[in-house]
Design a protein around this ligand. Structure first.
Ligand code: G5P
Ligand code: MG
Length: 225
């Protein structure tokens, strides 16, 4: 007898540095979900110097949003893939504007929106210690989750790097943009009764709340660690 798999289409939102990438890593470890990060997709295009990568670089490295039309060109095929996949998924970093939210609704409607709420003064300090493994998007922090070997990825051993947009002036701009743009998107999802907000100063405080909430929507593959 065939069993019907329960699929979940979810978003994770939150200010720059609020821990979207970190919480997403924990989600995909505990639940059978794909993680798609718009920032990781853009950084890959920039690294590979594709046509779109060259166009988006000036926005990303200055901490500005990529204009909606260009952003849809960048991520459109990925959204179409998600609309027809038989896997559950978690989209991180998209939508960032109300028009992006409306476009997403047309392509791949979502059932759950996880919103991370972390005080800005905490974010500014933690971003200073961020290191990433660019090819996988794995995120480290010299204070919080340091790599086993300093400067190297735990899985591949490859060198870690810092992000161009983690310069203090870019971080400030990214936080201002988030403050301005996120409200209408969060309202839009609150009106649809799909918004779940999680507040805290650390990921370790937020994560158990997220896990318990998601476990009401999709079966975990691992117990809460
Ligand atoms: P991104 O890549 O989407 P942001 O700015 O939304 O980037 P970011 O910076 O990736 O978000 P995050 O994923 O929320 O942050 O946070 P994280 O990386 O997990 O955690 C931040 C640091 O804190 C890490 O070092 C982590 O280890 C540490 N940390 C986590 N938890 C704790 C804790 O409890 N304690 C401590 N001490 N540390 C902790 O977008 C980048 C750019 O791409 C463009 C824009 O230019 C954007 O600025 N872009 C788009 N433009 C237009 N439309 C879109 N949809 C776009 N998407 C991307
Ligand atoms: Mg991230």
């Amino acid at each position: 007898m065939s069993s019907t798999k329960r699929l979940l289409q979810a978003l994770i939102m939150g200010a720059p540095g609020s821990g979207k990438g970190t919480v997403s890593e924990r989600i995909v470890r505990s639940f059978d979900m794909l993680h798609i990060s718009s920032g990781d997709i853009l950084r890959k295009m920039i690294r590979e110097k594709t046509d779109i990568g060259i166009q988006v670089n000036k926005f990303v490295s200055n901490g500005q949003l990529v204009p909606d039309e260009l952003m849809l060109k960048t991520i459109g095929s990925e959204l179409n893939r998600l609309s027809s996949t038989d896997r559950s998924w978690l989209l991180d970093g998209f939508p960032r504007t109300k028009p992006q939210a409306l476009s997403l609704f047309q392509i791949a409607p979502v059932q759950v929106v996880i919103s991370l709420d972390v005080p800005f003064d905490i974010i500014i300090n933690r971003v200073k210690g961020r290191w990433i493994h660019a090819p996988s998007g794995r995120v480290y922090n010299t204070d919080f989750n340091a790599p086993k070997v300093p400067g190297h990825d735990d899985v591949t051993g490859e060198p870690l790097m810092q992000r161009d947009d983690d310069k203090p002036e870019s971080v400030k701009k990214r936080l201002e943009i988030y403050s301005e743009m996120a409200g209408p998107i969060l309202e839009y999802y609150a009106e649809q009764n799909i918004l779940a907000k999680f507040s805290g100063k650390t990921t370790n405080e937020i994560w158990p709340q997220v896990y318990k909430y998601l476990a009401t929507k999709i079966e975990p593959k691992e117990k809460l660690a």
